[in-house]
Design a protein around this ligand. Structure first.
Ligand code: AMP
Ligand code: MG
Length: 272
């Protein structure tokens, strides 16, 4: 049975490797079971809370978390469950939808760059600039000669963010076709979830293979030493939560965030 800390190595896409999602098991749990995972995730959340508090106080590092995955892969659920660990004040969440008129009048990174986290912040991207090599490619929204250059552009952009003090961690949540079918059915059947569902989702589902090909290429070409991808088997929410919380906490711990000591305060001060 692999220990939770081993997940970071097991799930990272090593730069230069060719990813084929179809060959991976979206139901994999790496030897973890539900009960112990729920408990271990609570422990990771406590770690995340402590690390973010230090990061916010120190105001030195930025962390950018990118979440991608096909419809119903669990991006919203991951934000609701795992990011609950954070004080909202230091944790801006940005959800990238179909670009507005103003956004479309600019280059594709413009809206993204504006939302990158400042010092001390953990910024969450719910979808991201990757949509510009995913949905845009699948639907031919721009010609191939335009989107095909974006992999290198994205690597350069992320390199610049990294050189400027931003630690980037990218999670790709993978579910299989049958799991998406079940989740769509559940969304339709449950009155508290139906608002999330639309017939357009079924049209997108028909493009499953094109999406998988676009995911494969993006994951294979944009996992870099400065902005690695982690492919998270996400059929089981409890394993997804364990994997994301563990990898994120391990990444943030690597920054060794520490409470600052204001230099101008005298020793032994007593407030009257
Ligand atoms: P949701 O995540 O369900 O709120 O849906 C957001 C929608 O916006 C998805 O269908 C995305 O594919 C779409 N979207 C996000 N970014 C882009 C983009 N750059 N170009 C076109 N569609 C996008
Ligand atoms: Mg949707």
């Amino acid at each position: 049975m692999s220990r939770p800390t081993a997940l970071r190595d097991a799930l990272r896409v090593k730069p230069g490797t060719r990813i084929r999602l179809e060959k991976l098991d979206a139901g994999a749990t790496f030897g973890h079971d539900k009960a112990s995972s729920v408990e271990a995730t609570a422990g990771q959340m406590a770690r995340l809370r402590d690390l973010q508090d230090r990061m916010w106080a120190e105001a030195k590092h930025s962390v950018l978390v990118v979440l991608q995955g096909i419809d119903a892969a669990g991006k919203d659920g991951t934000i609701a469950k795992v990011m609950e660990a954070f004080n909202p004040q230091g944790c801006p969440v940005s959800s990238f939808k179909v670009p507005s008129v103003e956004e479309r009048a600019h280059d594709y990174l413009w809206r993204v760059h504006k939302r990158t986290p400042g010092k001390g912040e953990v910024g969450i991207f719910n979808r991201s600039h990757y949509e510009d090599v995913l949905v845009v490619r699948v639907h031919d929204l721009v010609p191939k000669r335009v989107w095909s250059k974006r992999y290198d552009q994205i690597n350069d952009f992320e390199r610049m963010l990294s050189d400027s003090g931003t630690t980037i961690v990218k999670f790709f949540l993978t579910i299989d076709r049958e799991e998406q079918r079940k989740r769509f059915q559940e969304r339709y059947d449950d009155p508290t979830k139906r608002w999330k569902f639309s017939l357009a989702d079924l049209d997108e589902r028909k493009l499953w293979d094109s999406y998988q090909a676009a995911f494969d290429e993006a994951l294979s070409r944009t996992s870099t030493p400065w902005a690695p991808w982690y492919v998270i088997p996400a059929n089981r929410n409890w394993f997804r939560n364990l994997a994301v919380s563990t990898i994120l906490a391990d990444t943030m711990a690597g920054l060794k965030p520490a409470y600052p000591a204001p230099p101008d305060l005298p020793p032994n001060l007593v407030v009257e």
